[in-house]
Design a protein around this ligand. Structure first.
Ligand SMILES: C[S@@+](CC[C@H](N)C(=O)[O-])C[C@H]1O[C@@H](n2cnc3c(N)ncnc32)[C@H](O)[C@@H]1O
Length: 244
């Protein structure tokens, strides 16, 4: 498994960064994605094929944007969002419920504190794991993938929604300039933490492209690995199925 690309990405540093950006996170997302982010998460939710009666863990859930899409897609499913930023979780909880009523025996709350690399879940206990714009932030993404496989039952589905590499060269160039020139300027005006958005640009630049991330999933023991590009590959949805 390749090492984590960015030495700056310590768990504590990332946690503090997301605590700081939490108040304006949703607004900044919509602005910087030019309104595309909701569609990306809806596509991620659909890719899980989550059904009533199933249990889904939305890891690194942030303010719960994908958690809520999952709950809306399959009202009879149990959907729990996990994050290690208390500020993000606070916003997730105040934005509205994520899931159906807890089943019997009781499950963790709709949102719970949890580190993506050490989830508070039993082995083989969930049908679906999702992670949107979170895998890139883990100190050891490969460790995270192994953890997702541990908590998934055999045959359970993983969906990773993450920034990726635009497939058309001209889009790649325009997007590269947007990330390195335009976004930092906009971040200085719109957010109180422009450094967080410089980190975003750097971490996207250092992130593996679509085939490389697919190999990471395979190395972590996932089968039937495939991906789908969204917005020309600015974002990719990777899917994999946990083996027995
Ligand atoms: C870019 S946000 C994405 C949030 C959400 N999934 C979304 O689509 O908007 C990344 C989130 O990952 C969380 N995160 C980063 N590393 C984590 C870790 N090791 N364990 C749990 N959460 C983590 C951060 O606190 C943050 O809320």
């Amino acid at each position: 498994m390749p090492p984590a690309p960015a030495a700056e990405r310590t768990a504590r540093g990332v946690q503090h960064m997301f605590d700081r950006v939490a108040p304006r996170y949703d607004l900044a997302n919509t602005v910087f994605s030019l309104g595309q982010d909701r569609g990306w998460r809806q596509a991620a939710a659909r890719a899980t094929r989550l059904a009533a009666g199933e249990v889904a863990a939305d890891v690194a859930c942030g303010t719960g944007a994908l958690t809520r899409e999952l709950a809306a897609l399959a009202p009879g499913a149990v959907v729990v969002g996990f994050d290690f930023s208390q500020e993000m979780l606070k916003r997730a909880r105040s934005t509205g419920g994520a899931a159906s009523a807890p089943p019997d025996p009781p499950q963790p709350g709709r949102y719970a504190a949890g580190d993506a690399q050490s989830l508070p879940l039993a082995d083989a206990s969930v049908d679906v794991v999702t992670i949107a714009f979170g895998l890139r932030n883990l100190p050891e993404p490969g460790q995270g993938l192994l953890e997702f496989r541990r908590v998934l039952r055999p045959g359970g589905r993983l969906v990773v929604c993450e920034f990726s590499t635009p497939v058309v060269p001209v889009l790649r160039e325009v997007y590269g300039r947007y990330l390195t020139r335009l976004m930092p300027v906009a971040a200085r005006r719109l957010t109180s933490d422009p450094e967080a958005y410089q980190y975003l640009a750097r971490s996207i630049g250092a992130w593996p492209d679509q085939p490389a991330l697919a190999r990471w999933l395979q190395e972590a023991g996932f089968g039937e690995v495939a991906w789908r590009n969204l917005s020309g590959g600015i974002v990719a949805l990777h899917r994999g199925v946990a083996g027995s």
